[in-house]
Design a protein around this ligand. Structure first.
Ligand SMILES: Nc1ncnc2c1ncn2[C@@H]1O[C@H](COP(=O)(O)OP(=O)(O)OP(=O)(O)O)[C@@H](O)[C@H]1O
Ligand SMILES: [Mg+2]
Length: 287
């Protein structure tokens, strides 16, 4: 297990361009820079939130750090190993350290597989666990995410959205990761289910020292879980720092505008309610 201060994920100068148009000879004639020179660190047991508008490059960054996509420039280091320098088989062995949970568990859970097989697969792949031992381990994992052995032999369609996300989390945990990358993992859930799943993530982190790269466009959700926040805009990181600093005293205009759009987290609005500011005739906060 990692110590509390160790950097478990380090992204350095990540850049990714996509070809958006080719000519008749197949040559790229138009390219889009989805991620440009993005660097950050995530420490053991901590949550770094990546926030920004739709299209700002959050998911591309997630796909780069999890090696689902190859960067055009930059490196990814996971628990001291540079993933971007690994060959295919070495990467396969390292993958268990970092698992992903996506927005849509409908898409990420195989509808034809029972829970015991979905959650048991990483146990088989990484440890060769099968049979009764697997059933026992999967039942333990289900209990860790608030489900139980009763659910072992059920199919995804038999569960609610929140329960399916719990199954996806159990599958991620089965690999024994140090890091979970959650890309909009609660965005499709209703508010009360969101709160339950966020609490589950916080409990898992407290109990096992997991680090989260938590991607969300929802600054209200991020406020509840993040230790650090990194703000993306048009593929670049425009501001990053401890969550309290970002929320209480954002420096960049872009961050301010993002926060202003979220009533419950906007510092100016909170001060406004407390009667500490007055508004000019243009509606600008002047206090
Ligand atoms: N495979 C691809 N081919 C071409 N362009 C892509 C590809 N993947 C992403 N892009 C483009 O890269 C940019 C960043 O996309 P990305 O999905 O990373 O944004 P995002 O911040 O995750 O957005 P959202 O909040 O909508 O999920 C967008 O302009 C997108 O259209
Ligand atoms: Mg995305």
């Amino acid at each position: 297990m990692s110590t509390a201060r160790e950097v478990v994920l380090r992204a350095t100068g990540l850049t990714k361009r996509f070809t958006t148009r080719r000519n008749v000879l197949g040559r790229a004639v138009e390219r889009l820079t989805a991620v440009e020179d993005v660097s950050f660190e995530l420490r053991a047991g901590k949550t770094l939130a990546l926030v920004g508008e739709s299209g700002s490059g959050k998911s591309t960054t997630a796909r780069l750090v999890t090696a689902l996509e190859k960067p055009d420039a930059g490196t990814v280091e996971v628990c001291g190993t540079e993933w971007t320098a690994l060959g295919r088989s070495a990467l396969r062995r390292e993958r268990r350290r970092m698992q992903m949970v996506f927005q849509d568990p409908y898409a990420s859970l195989d509808p034809t597989k029972m829970v015991v097989h979905t959650v048991g697969e990483p146990l088989l792949v990484h440890e060769g666990v099968r049979g009764q031992e697997r059933d026992r381990r999967v039942a333990d994992l289900l209990e860790r995410v608030g489900l139980s052995a009763r659910h072992l032999h059920r199919y995804p369609y038999e569960f609610s959205g929140g329960q399916r996300q719990r199954i996806a989390i159990a599958r991620a945990l089965a690999a024994g990761p140090d890091i979970i990358v959650a890309d909009e993992a609660v965005s499709a859930l209703d508010v009360s289910t969101q709160a339950q799943v966020l609490n589950l993530l916080l409990d898992l982190q407290r109990d096992s020292g997991l680090a989260f790269l938590f991607i969300s466009h929802d600054l209200g959700v991020v406020r509840q879980v993040a230790d650090h926040v990194a703000v993306m805009h048009r593929g670049r990181l425009v501001e990053s720092g401890p969550a309290d600093e970002i929320y209480e005293s954002p420096r960049e205009a872009y961050t301010k505008s993002l926060l202003a759009a979220v009533p419950e987290v906007s510092p100016s609005r909170r001060r406004e309610r407390a009667g500490l500011v007055t508004e000019s005739s243009t509606g600008e906060v002047v206090g």
